[in-house]
Structure formats: structure tokens, C-alpha cells
Write a protein that binds this ligand. Structure first.
Ligand code: FES
Length: 124
């Protein structure tokens, strides 16, 4: 494949996350402080959709399901986070966000995780 236009830079609000379809592949664009990252749509922990459960504070992306976190500038997992994010190469061409997609990036998920699927720090 080649570089593909995903959206305009203005389509993703600062510190926002937006899901896009690029030739049948779901790609989540994160705007962290005016910089952008392109990642798979699911949390690498337990497949939580980050478009719904992800929060970006401009520097760190947090999955609110079990609070895994990543520094978006370095892709360093924070605190107890056990896996880095997979990232597509991304470039900004004038006002367009483009990603280089050779294949869909997917995480390998553990079958026997310690967490219950319904556990969340935000649930009662
Ligand atoms: S599913 Fe995202 S932190 Fe657990």
C-alpha cells in the first residue's frame, strides 16, 4: 500500500480521539497537543475500544477501563502498563493527515488475563 489520506487535521480536536476507516482498516487518530498519532482502535490490554474509553491529556493516553497509560511522544508505557501501543507511520501534508498502511496492525491478546471483562475502575 501507500500513504493514504485519513482526514483533515481539523477533524480531530486537540486532545481528542477520532475513529476513521482507511480501505476497510479502522484507525484511531489521536491529537495530543497538536501532534498526531495513528493507532489501532482497541486497547492492547483487553480490546477496549479506545474511541470510547480513551482519554488524552495532551501528553498521555489513558484507557479508562483499567488505567493503562502511554506517553504519546515516546510511546513509553506508563506505570503498570505492560504493552506499548502499535502505531502507523503518520505524516501531515498541508492540512491532511496521511498514514502508511502496509497491513492492519493488531495486538495479540492473552487468553487468561487477571482482570474480569467487566471490571472497571469507573464502575460501581
Ligand atoms: S482494557 Fe484498556 S486498560 Fe484494560
Amino acid at each position: 500500500m501507500t500513504w493514504k489520506r485519513v482526514c483533515a487535521t481539523g477533524d480531530v480536536a486537540e486532545n481528542g480521539l477520532e475513529l476513521f476507516d482507511v480501505d476497510g482498516i479502522s484507525i484511531l487518530i489521536v491529537n495530543h497537543g497538536g501532534d498526531f498519532k495513528a493507532i489501532p482502535p482497541l486497547c492492547p490490554h483487553m480490546e477496549e475500544p479506545l474511541a470510547q474509553s480513551g482519554i488524552c491529556d495532551g501528553k498521555v493516553l489513558t484507557c479508562t477501563k483499567h488505567l493503562w497509560q502511554w506517553d504519546l511522544a515516546t510511546n513509553e508505557p506508563q506505570a503498570e502498563t505492560e504493552k506499548p501501543l502499535l502505531m502507523y507511520d503518520l505524516r501531515v501534508a498541508v492540512d491532511d493527515i496521511e498514514v502508511f498502511v502496509e497491513r492492519e496492525l493488531e495486538y495479540e491478546f492473552d487468553e487468561d488475563d487477571d482482570y474480569d471483562d467487566d471490571d472497571s475502575f469507573w464502575d460501581d
